[in-house]
Design a protein around this ligand. Sequence first.
Ligand SMILES: *Cc1c(COP(=O)(O)O)cnc(C)c1O
Length: 447
Amino acid sequence: MGETPLEPVPASAGDLLPITAVIDGAGHLRLAGCDVVALCREYGTPLYLYDEATIRQICRDYRREFGERLPGARVLYAAKAFLNPALAALLAEEDVGMDVVSGGELYVARAGGFPADRMAFHGNNKSAAELAAAIDAGVGRIIVDNEHELDGLERIAAARGVRQAVMLRVTPGIDAHTHAKTTTGLVDSKFGLPLVSGAAEAAVVRLRDSASLELTGYHVHLGSPIFGMEPYEAGIEVMTEFAAAMRDRHGVTWREFSPGGGFALGYTPDRPPPPIAAYAEAIATALRAGCERHGLPLPEVHIEPGRSVVGRAGVAVYTVGARKEIPGVRTYVAVDGGMADNVRPAMYGSAYTAVVANRMRDAAEETVAIAGKFCESGDVLIDAIALPRLAPGDLVALPASGAYNLAMESNYNQAQRPPVVFLRDGVARLVRRRQSYADLVALEAAP
Ligand SMILES: *Cc1c(COP(=O)(O)O)cnc(C)c1O
């Protein structure tokens, strides 16, 4: 036997899969030097694989592209896209910060040893207990969303005798041109202090006079995913104007500014995301222009990518089971996962592509729908995709499954949550085992 020849995955799927993806001599998908077919045999399916090199590379790309253009720029990973202790530990090594949105995310991040001073705490309805936990942990920034939160925060910080650094989340009234459920910058949004109503300005005045809270700057998050640069440019224009007005009217200047996250991820070959450099260039250019126009100092920029940091690294692998051919209508090929591990197609109509992990060299022969196994007609992962003729036991792998899949997972139909395996340099590390049937009743009282 000679050396197994490895070849790259064709660009159509290769740009969506982890950067380490190759096809081996047996026609199997390999990630980080690991045979995906062998991993499925070992851990079963559905299986979530994460390529560590992809996550690390993207963190470095963000730090470099933004850091070169905006000295002192900081990258905060938005943990809601996907979080476990293993990821928190990996990200701590990559020297990025982290956005958390709940006491639970704060807890899990710290369980991975992630330093609290590199965290920013977000959320539109943080509880008093969450605010207290954040302050006690030493969270670097709390992103204030509304007046109610400001009341609680002042009380809690004052009682502890600390001065907590905060940023104000402002709703600029900008349409990010994304899905209605994921746009957040409009005036009619549950997030943030509206600029037009004067609520944002009132909060600035209140913070200027606060002994227990220190305002470091402003934050906007417009939505996700954002494929064009216009929403960021428009948001920055509005926010530099606001920052100048706060300086002129109230003597408050900014040191920090966050244009949020929402940077796009490639899910299907027909819609590639802009390169990170394009976002960095657009944001830096708009910010420098706005600061110059208004005579403002250039603030330290905090960017908050979530989806785009972990999305490409993650691959979901399923085993093919039943097949249903409806002549003249559609052929459904059912897999052993679906909306319990990936609700995005059912919730947002999100599009995905797929490869057959055990037959990467086989040509497409038919167009099928990839159906999930859960009891909803809407549980279809892919409406129509051209693939080799699938047989029971074939392994269907969906690229770009790393963000907001497991983060939104459920036990619907009493599904057991899938295992998570991190891959690095030919080594597979089980970071979460599959739930067992016993786990399904572990929290229940005995009848
Ligand atoms: C969700 C969110 C992000 C990250 O969005 P992505 O699309 O995952 O990049 C960043 N900042 C805030 C405040 C968010 O709510």
